[in-house]
Design a protein around this ligand. Structure first.
Ligand code: ADP
Ligand code: MG
Length: 388
């Protein structure tokens, strides 16, 4: 290798490094099977230090398996897992959970019932001296605003407070990454939002990298700096919340993350049309002629009563702040439309359906989103082909 080439090779960014600091958690080709059941399959994921990543997907898609692999509660069948740059699992190595710099918070908190709040937090600090242990416990109890309850027992705390103890206990040993598996799902609705805000604030204040598993789409989108959508043991998309919602990579992500309806559509000379008419222009598709499916979300669909229209309101759901209208089109297909609180078109009303201005809908070819014309869809190419 020449000197220049070696410098270049040296500088080439490694996928698990971000500006010099190693990623907090890295999976490379990680597979975990339980007998014939797939836990995760060839999982590749790098979580940069300081991020709060949310992991979402249907039940059984491998979310808990991913966390359990990172924590060392499962051994992978293949692949490499790194925590803060150190290999913790591969074909040869397996670092036990207590030796990994990983904190865990489960749904049921798993607090020790016979220990006080302070005792629970101190438990993971057995490698520190007595004085240091006390000081660190005081610090993290301050962080989760529970210092005044240090001598209470878990059964003397509310659900939200127990959750904060579990978080304090996970943070106490200064882990490189905290893994939270549906930590709010046993809290009732009224408490959930507050505890979620507190948890996110605490993780940010502590500067800790976090991976939060949730089955709640709003939670995934609002909490995560990045959202990882899983299905059947594989990652369908890992992106910013905005991208996951506005530019879903697959049909599955489009329908799983928020409500989505699909209509057969056509892009012809940069114009996207479907049953409801022209939806939008598609810049850069001037030569294209291609059949696609268009993804329409209820907030993008506009309605106006129109006696001449063959589309009819087929159901109305009152949601409080907004009213969801179901519209059956001439083809029998249904679109949904969010209308403001005060608008309610009765069932049977003929309505003209349009797409709100400024909408850039996702286009699907089969089950995958496309952002440029697929090969073979060009009018020019086709017109230059000899006639059969
Ligand atoms: P999630 O947390 O997304 O609901 P899991 O990671 O718990 O999903 O499970 C992924 C798949 O692995 C599921 O099909 C599940 O049934 C299976 N699985 C998980 N743990 C075990 C286990 N200990 N033994 C056998 N199968 C398991
Ligand atoms: Mg789970």
């Amino acid at each position: 290798m020449t000197i220049r080439a070696s410098i270049r090779a040296h500088r080439a960014p490694r996928p698990d490094h971000d500006g010099g600091a190693p990623a907090a958690l890295v999976f490379e080709g990680v597979t975990k099977h339980y007998g014939s059941a797939v836990g995760v399959e060839s999982l590749d994921l790098a979580i940069p230090a300081g991020e709060l990543v949310t992991l979402i997907g249907p039940s059984g898609c491998g979310k808990s398996t991913t966390l359990r692999l990172a924590a060392g509660l499962e051994r992978p069948n293949a692949g490499t897992i790194r925590v803060a740059g150190d290999v913790v699992a591969d074909r040869r190595r397996f670092v036990y959970p207590e030796q990994r710099r990983v904190g865990l918070v489960f749904q049921d908190y798993a607090l020790f019932p016979h220990m006080t709040v302070a005792g629970n937090v101190e438990f993971g600090l057995d490698r520190l001296g007595r004085g240091e242990r006390r000081a660190r416990t005081g610090e993290v109890l301050d962080l989760v605003r529970l210092s005044h309850l240090a001598d209470r027992y878990p059964h003397e705390l509310s659900g939200g407070e127990q959750q904060r103890v579990a978080l304090a206990r996970a943070l106490a040993p200064r882990p490189a990454v905290v893994l939270l598996d549906e930590p709010f799902s046993s809290l009732d609705e009224s408490l959930r939002a507050q505890v979620r805000r507190d948890t996110v604030a605490t993780l940010k204040e502590a500067g800790t990298t976090g991976v939060l598993v949730t089955h709640d789409q709003t939670e995934a989108l609002s909490v995560g700096t990045r959202v990882v959508v899983m299905r059947g043991g594989v990652i369908e998309q890992a992106d910013t919340p905005e991208k996951v919602f506005e530019q879903p990579a697959t049909r599955f992500v489009a329908s799983f993350m928020g409500d989505a309806d699909f209509l057969p559509a056509k892009v012809h000379r940069a114009l996207l049309t479907c049953e409801i008419g022209v939806v939008s222009t598609v810049p850069g598709w001037a030569d294209a002629d291609v059949d696609v499916d268009v993804v329409l979300r209820p907030h993008e669909v506009a309605l106006l009563p129109d006696p001449a229209s063959s589309a009819r309101v087929s159901a109305v759901e009152y949601h409080g702040a907004f009213v969801l209208h179901y519209v059956t089109l001439a083809s029998g297909r249904t679109l949904r439309s969010w209308q403001p609180h005060s608008v309610r078109h009765p069932v049977g009303t003929p309505v003209a359906v349009t797409v709100a201005p400024g909408t850039t809908p996702t286009l699907l070819l089969g089950d995958k989103a496309i952002t440029s014309p697929p090969p073979g869809s060009s009018l020019k190419q086709r017109s230059s082909e000899p006639a059969a």
